[in-house]
Design a protein around this ligand. Sequence first.
Ligand code: BG6
Length: 470
Amino acid sequence: MPEAPEIKPSILVIFGITGDLAKRKVLPALYHLCKDRLLPEGTKVIGISRRDVPLEEILDTVNLCVMEKDNICDPEVISRLRSWVSMFKLDPLSDDDYEHLKRHLNDLEQAAKQCMDRLFYLSIPPQVYSPIIQKMGQHGLNASCDHNQAKVRLMIEKPFGHDVTSAEFLVNETEKVFTEEQIFRIDHYLAKETAQNILRFRRHNPVFSSQWNSRHIRRIHVMAKEKIGIENRINFYEQVGAMRDLIQSHLMQLLSLTAMHLPAELNSEDIHAAKHAFMQSLIPPGTEGKSISNQVVRGQYDSYREEVANPHSSTETFVSLLLKSSDPDWEGTTFQLTTGKSLDEKLTQIQVQFGDRDPNILSLRIQPDEGIDINLLIEQPGFTHNLRQVRLNFSYSQDFDTINHDAYERVLVDAIRGERLLFATKMEVLTSWHLLQPIINSWQNQSDDLKFYAAGSRGPSILKLNRQEF
Ligand code: BG6
């Protein structure tokens, strides 16, 4: 049994319990947390939905045990989980319903004889965040029953806005009701096992920490290749595309963890400040006399237009992008972010390239086969002095047999206990949008540069970027 974090019984209110994300990720994560006793008895989960939905309809139709061996659920855990969860019908525009919800929460707390921490989780499309948050504010759902001794928190899913303006709007609207300390913006890539290892790996391995600057590192390449396409998320993806979906959030976060200055203490506040400082040091594409088209390649897989039934769609399903930092410690280092759908493999990794000719490439593998490897040049045995590449490899699955927690389990646990490290701050979100906005704008005006690639292939050529002395 893993060591359980100290958590008080809390109330988790999930808006959108009948939605796809709740079914695929959130409910299975809750099952697991219940099974591993990582959430205490007395935890309450309230599933909000617009219609009257019986709890059975949710629990019986969702594959709660998708992460278990052979998908088999433990009946004892299911029955415990059942006793935690109840459903609540709410029309997001009805003032009466918010009042009922408030009374319902108060009743639960009275029965438990304590004010409990409350976490409101908006697992719903971001377009509807704003009116719901406003109503929560109007009905006092942003405060606990004991003048905020018990905590009230709001957890929201990306995308946090669509561009700089809408992100600022969302930040402002949310801030009218909740303070920044109350807001938990999920970036589930930060909760992946190997992403969490990055900072301590950098700090505690002097062989790398002494070399972690532009004198030694030529390029850092963060890539998230996906085999899957857009999987029926047609409307969502047509409006979003790869830049907004992965680069603006997950990949920018991973890059920042890899390249930020390590603060003296690895606490949440200092880490967020250092990540943000690194993002701010990145030079917006298209400035300093550089042409945006030399810095970015965008692509679309060949069957995409047919899939979305839009023969003129210019939505990108692939992006590779080069960035530079104005931080003197990174002068000359190239940062590259690459992502794409319908590619030949699922692979998320961060490659840190030491040296130019015959480089050593340190790969931090986020998924699958989580681990770390580095290639080295060695002299081949025999009478010649020929060199050969060899690979030193560490793999989590070989060296650890601990239970691997899914990113959503960590996200839930940390939001419930108020740990902010895994969540994006408003400054990170806004700075990332500001940085990428020039590219998004340039794409709006033309689509000549869109490169088509065969679904299942390695994607469009990015040779132009790889060769670039940028
Ligand atoms: C989500 C994106 O944030 O991350 C999806 O919206 C993407 O488009 C997904 O497929 C990838 O997550 P993971 O954990 O499967 O790598």
